[in-house]
Ligand binder design. Sequence first.
Ligand SMILES: [Zn+2]
Ligand SMILES: [Zn+2]
Length: 659
Amino acid sequence: MKIFYYDIAINLPLRQCFTYKSNIDIKNGMRVVVPFGKKNIIGIVIKKQINLNIDKDLKEIKSVADEYTCFDKSIFKTILWASDYYHHPIGEVFFSFIPTMLRKNNNKTISKSDTNIEYKINKDDKNLKLTPEQKNNLQNLNKIKSFSPSLIYGVTGSGKTEIYLQLAEKFLKKNKSVLILVPEINLIPQLVNRFKNRFSGEIGVYHSRKTSNKRLDIWLKSKFGKLKIVIGTRSSILMPLKDLGAIIIDEEHDQSYKQTEGFKFSGRDLAIKRAQLENIPIFLGSATPSLQTLKLVKDGKYKKFDLLRRVDGKKPPKLIPLDISDSSLLGGIASQTMSIIEDTINKDEQVLVFINRRGFAPIYECDGCGWVAKCSSCETNLVFHKSKNRLICHKCESVYGVNEFCPDCQSDELNIFGTGTERVEEVLQNTFKHIPIIRMDYDSTRLKGSIESIYEKVNSSQAAILVGTQMLSKGHHFSKVTLCVILNADGALISPEINAVEKIAQQLIQVSGRAGRSNNLAKVILQTRYPDDINLNKIKTGDYQLVAEQCLSNNKILNLPPYSFISILRVTSPNPNSSIKFLDKIVNLLSNKKSIVVLGPLPSIPFKIKGNVRNHLVIKSNSRTYLNRVLNFLTEKIENWPETKKVKWAYDIDPHDMS
Ligand SMILES: [Zn+2]
Ligand SMILES: [Zn+2]
């Protein structure tokens, strides 16, 4: 009897596979049941071993779990690439792209679904009148038949969604499927509505708030060619859609595409890799594209398609800096701003107030001795949430009671400082008693259906004020908003972080895009103490390309991404000494490597999370291949160090956040 040997990946943070034997010939990407420790668990077949210089006492694969493979060839290859590129344990990478129901050794198997879904295209004339710009671009986009990343650079309101709909239609007609990615769950309902109006037939919706049963259902229907359209967040990037024709990534610049916990990857970059391996078109849409994408356009690797005019022919609103250096603020709002809000409300129009902090107030402190409420495991300031009457840590979500007396000096003179969405909401409600004030932030959108009811409330109201965090700035369409107020952008404006200008420009231009979608006289007011700031003066022109060009040429001079490549090695440990010692040893090891720059060990911000101290090392190189080689070398060394028992370490490749 012939015996086969297989490398099997299992769902553990280990940078290795385990070899098992079997007399069955099994394909790569199949799920199998293998004995591991005292349990029988699910593993994924990664490779058949040909070199038979193998210990014959290996354990045997118990059974093959499914009739079908879990990963088709191109998805399998994409995951292998990801595990290698992000230097993350192979098993964890594979398992993060399987629906949770299939990760455990239970009775669930990959079985064909019997449902039949038919797609029909509804012609709603209203949307089919294209502007000459849309028409022209669509003609060119339709010519793309194979892998060739295309940036659809469309200013807010220029009709990108209509382009997506017509691209999808073209692929459906060829009996191909389409995957549409958005950065955040909250953006899904509005996009799904547009697609449902255009296409009858089930639209698959996939994200982390769906039940695991529903996710398995969508995954199976995609795999067996029943679903042709799936809209989802980064968890759906490797949705096994049969006959995939194209991938569309909306708001490609959005930081939410990056997973920052556990397996840290860029969803956008992974989708591009997938498209490359499947040799299919990929469309990246944005009004404020990332520098990385713009550089690839410059290098001739991506094509760019411009939509520079709004569908309604109107000019985007101007951003007007309002100097508040001498103003007193009530709930973060200056009196001049308040009267502009009042004028707008009196005209029965809507206002959007943007403040990038949720909760009521970010500081709770003692007037007597200066004590400040901090999270006991993260050392970050606790945020006062008035609606819950609690102090909440925004890093670890720990909830604390509100002290009546200072724990240090027993004074009862405790006070709050600063402003968050809840406080703005309260101040506005007290000022405009009969106007609906609608808050949109993490706290108010957590429950299922809450985003839909916010939309409903906004659309059914006349005069109303929306108060929200950056969540408001993303792709939402509120047609009655004619005034947009930005409260506290100063911190971001003068931030020393790399790419701070890119980030704030994207945010401000995106927020501005929410106003005046159907009104010519829309205004965007930015409260600031730095009205003469150089960057602000570029941003206020509303011309993102101008700002981006400047950022690119600065980064080129400073040799920063996208002109160089960065990896951060992050270490956490309950003991500050162990993590510094560990990083020092690495610095030493890398000291003779040329062509890389190593910075650190540096304390991370915040320094402490959930009781663990955090430090990091920045490793930079001009060559991605070389950096990758250095990290491989490093990983091999580190893994055998006894120090790894005292610390947790991981790479963050192409980090968005350098702190
Ligand atoms: Zn005190
Ligand atoms: Zn905390």
